[in-house]
Design a protein around this ligand. Structure first.
Ligand code: BG6
Ligand code: MG
Length: 249
């Protein structure tokens, strides 16, 4: 027969264990059903080459594109980006000429990304994708770029993405949520349990409009104003970290 003191110690320990398990299950963990990754500035630093190519084009128009203004171009389509630059430069232009400028910018951009390789993936990205695969969490690409498939190939990730939605597949670019909604529909997952990783405010706005969970990627303080939470690097970032952060959302 157990003494009264022993019983209460036993009860206390088992309630502690029970509460801990309950806490882990209900509070600490909120596994996403799927993830959607933006490409430029999230999986690799191509966002930088978009900037340098637009700046080069701007200079031809006697307009200096600053890093601050460039933040507003992130995530925005090629057409949309040029429209903004022309607006800031106070230039009106017919569609035909705009097309020529967009082609020129894209040629410069393609020259810049010509040498991209596997080593240009952001550190830690591969390990995070490996973990998603191991845990059976679906993931897709959600990029507004028409060059996305080419870049995925160059950085050796094309075979990892079963689902890809890019600038060729949509009518309305970010901040419209069309792209992310399409990606979630393809994966047949619930949007409210799917996480979008984005480095741009336009992309985060799109994801929020679509009812997704959002993670801002990078060190721009504006990201934390929009996203559910932010990360600065993939290095050491795990599914456990994601689930824990989601539990607070
Ligand atoms: C987005 C970039 O991913 O793609 C934008 O963040 C870019 O900066 C847009 O303008 C369109 O890219 P592309 O490659 O189709 O010109
Ligand atoms: Mg981006």
């Amino acid at each position: 027969m157990k003494k009264l003191g022993e019983l209460s110690v036993y009860n206390t320990i088992s309630s502690y264990i029970y509460l801990n398990i309950l806490f882990e299950l209900t509070v600490m963990k909120r596994n996403p059903v799927a993830c959607i990754f933006d490409l430029d500035g999230v999986l690799t630093d191509t966002a930088h080459y978009h900037f340098t190519s637009w700046r080069r084009l701007g200079r031809e128009l006697d307009y200096e594109l600053t890093e601050e203004k460039n933040k507003l171009l992130k995530g925005v389509s090629r057409e949309g980006s040029l429209a903004l630059i022309l607006e800031w430069a106070g230039i009106e232009m017919e569609m035909e000429e705009r097309k020529m400028l967009m082609d020129r910018k894209n040629e410069w951009y393609l020259e810049e990304i010509e040498k991209l390789s596997e080593s240009d993936r952001f550190p830690g990205v591969t390990e995070f994708l490996d973990e998603l695969d191991r845990e059976g969490v679906k993931y897709s690409l959600g990029s507004g770029s028409k060059n996305a498939r080419n870049i995925l190939n160059k950085i050796g990730l094309a075979h990892r993405f079963k689902w890809v939605v890019d600038g060729n597949d949509i009518k309305k670019g970010k901040p419209n949520p069309e792209l992310f909604i399409k990606a979630a529909d393809m994966m047949e997952v619930s949007r409210s349990e799917t996480v979008v990783f984005e480095d741009s405010t336009a992309g985060l706005a799109a994801a929020l409009k679509g009812g997704f969970l959002t993670v801002g990627f990078g060190d721009d303080p504006e990201l934390s104003e929009l996203a559910h939470f932010t990360i600065k690097s993939w290095k050491g970032f795990s599914l456990d970290d994601l689930s824990e952060a989601l539990s607070a959302v």
